[in-house]
Design a protein around this ligand. Sequence first.
Ligand SMILES: [Zn+2]
Length: 447
Amino acid sequence: MFNPLQRVPLLLFFLALSTISAAESDTPISRFQNYLRINTAHPNPNYTSPITYLINFANSIPNLHSKVLHLTPTIPLLLLTWPGTSTPSLPSILFNSHLDSVPAEPEKWTHPPFSAHKTSDGRIFARGAQDDKCIGMQYLEAIKTIQSKDPDFKPLRNVHILYVPEEEVGGFDGMGKFVETKEFKELNVGFVMDEGQASTNDEFRVFYADRTPWHMVIKAVGTPGHGSRLYDNTAMENLMKSIEVITKFRESKFDIVKAGLAANSEVISVNPVFLKAGIPSPTGFVMNMQPSEAEAGFDIRMPPTADPQLMRKIIEEQWAPAWRNMTYEITEKGFLRDNMGCPLMTLTSDSNPWWSVFNEAVTRAGGKLSKPEILASTTDARFMRRLGIPTFGFSPMKNTPILLHDHNEFLKDTVYLEGIKVYESIIKSLSSFEGSYEHRCNAVSQQ
Ligand SMILES: [Zn+2]
């Protein structure tokens, strides 16, 4: 009979062998795999191990200085700096990535999510492979390569590489806190690159804005009564009328997307997420009684082009009108306007020189950008855009399925290595840019 325990020594032997070979081969791919093997998944992300790992790697790259800051006694953040020659006259550039990841369900993966297993066709499987440990390591690999290929190259601007915690739980205790600190202000950041998403075709995607979530709960009250009676103004009737109006609004936005007039992320989306009504009974609900209260919850996503005042007016007058005995509560999980009152988005035209420099750098590396997009969800980029700092979301992964937060997240070794080349070009160009940029508002058009 097969006894699995007999296999253990053999397994240990192979494990030891693979550990030795990983330690022996110190390549960009093995370094990426080792970074992926550090479990930083919520709800208990380990932040000290990845920071130690990154500092060790940074120490092997000349002129790179590291600093660990604490946002709370238990939440650290790592800042690496490659000093520029024209500092402090020119604002710095900052490359951001987050240390944490969402959890993984190992039983649903073909390879363990923290093994960074590489298949024969080069796919590296790990939680965080796309979101966003790839860019965290690519920034460093790019600086290392620039310095070894071109030892005379010196950046004009300070180049900061930032590793923040808590992005996957909203970023409020991570980047949200950091931008409020004296240390952040002293960095005098003029331009930021943050995470983006994979592209399934031959072009790289770039994001100039995020959508902002609004959590809305509408509540109806009405006269209770016997389940057999027909009468006006019950809570359920009032709620269902609202749901009908909201459904029509949702359809009108979805029609715009279906007609190809706007991308999903460019319109206001509204989706029902819960319904709460009825009087509980031991077997389910009381069936002969019309309840006096009913409520429903909705996930609303607002693009920065939307007018928040207009949206609130629609909600107040049509979705939850007081004359239909309705009340509502909105929790805004972010902001739509920056500190100057401008829509939270970065210009992607030649009037933003950072855009031109970035675009040309990608082209010079042999890449091509697709039409700039609004990200359907949110990232830490919003905290910088709020301060008026131009920020692009970009993760150079093309011809790659979008697997962030999914089972079997992977990144191909060739795609990862090409990304390093793209960052070499980007870091060189952006850090050598001598011009200046003055933040101004982008035009708003309601979708
Ligand atoms: Zn991410």
